[in-house]
Design a protein around this ligand. Sequence first.
Ligand code: FEO
Length: 385
Amino acid sequence: MKNFSENIKYIGVDDRDLDLFEGQYVVPEGMAYNSYVIVDEKIVVTDTVDAHKVNEWLANLDAALAGRKPDYLVIHHLEPDHAGGIADFVAKYPEATLVASAKAFALLPQFMALPESVKKQTVKEGDTLSLGAHTLQFIGAPMVHWPEVLFSYEQSEKVLFSADAFGKFGVYDADPDDWACEARRYYFNIVGKYGNQVQAVLKKAAALDIKTICPLHGPVLTENLVYYIDKYNTWSSYAPEDKGVLVAYASIYGGTKKAAELLGEKLKAAGVEKVVVSDLARSDMAEVIEDAFRYDRMVVAAPTYDAGLFPVMEDFLNHLKAKNYSNRKVGVVENGTWAPMAAKKMTEILSSLKNVTLAETVVTVKSTLGAESEAAMDKLVQELV
Ligand code: FEO
């Protein structure tokens, strides 16, 4: 709900023109860059937007100010999807003070040149900024998702400004009834590596009485906050969210695909709660990564290629490693026509992950499924149910 408060106004913008968020993630439902204004004796603007939406944001800001001038711009996060309007803001409101962490001020010149005269106020964990009836209390949130990140908590209305946390892909009103789908894809692909840091800030947030969460992407959260906080707690602790098996496969001529699909059918027949079979070459990789973290078990199935591992599977496993995939049980299916190598390569990567238990049965398909490989598959199913 954008308009949850008389004195805290939403001035963010929707971006439906973006082809890839962060230069890599498809966003079929666009993206929202959120920004807010707290109107009191002093006026605070929180964050800006991506550079190509700055004019729309400035118009929203102008309307929210109703003829007044802002006193502060709080920079919770310096990443360009939120910092694209800082220079324009300073040019338009040279009397306003920028408020940010020391790290943000250190990194800021790498992105833009601001006039020497710009006023800056460095804040850290526990500092407050009094606006009149409203008071912002700053909370350090390093590596959620960059090192300079701050959250802030507005004490009188009990509002948490949570930077990227609790954000999602999609314009502001996208998927109003299914927040978790695009929030989960966003979390694991963008913030997933930093689960420990998210856990640390959730512990700080638990000490606050929070009525509203204002993230930098996605909707303002005003109801049932326990649901969102529980999801973040599960995700950031690398605990599986649901029981089920992701079968992630890659296939050259269809032999591995057929094996993966048959395995999926056998898992379902054996009573696995949820089975998702995904072709890595044709799926959105970010979505498959999301499913890998969502479920408690996974099977990876791939052919041997150039005496190594088929590239899209190698890419997938390296993504999982980068995001600290852990605490799951994983089975391996390989294919090879004359010298199968894929299982060895997949096992090497999987063995380096924390608390990932490998199924003892490795299925080796020689070009196409045969009696021997199908019998091995049945053993693997037994290990996974
Ligand atoms: Fe939405 Fe880390 O930027």
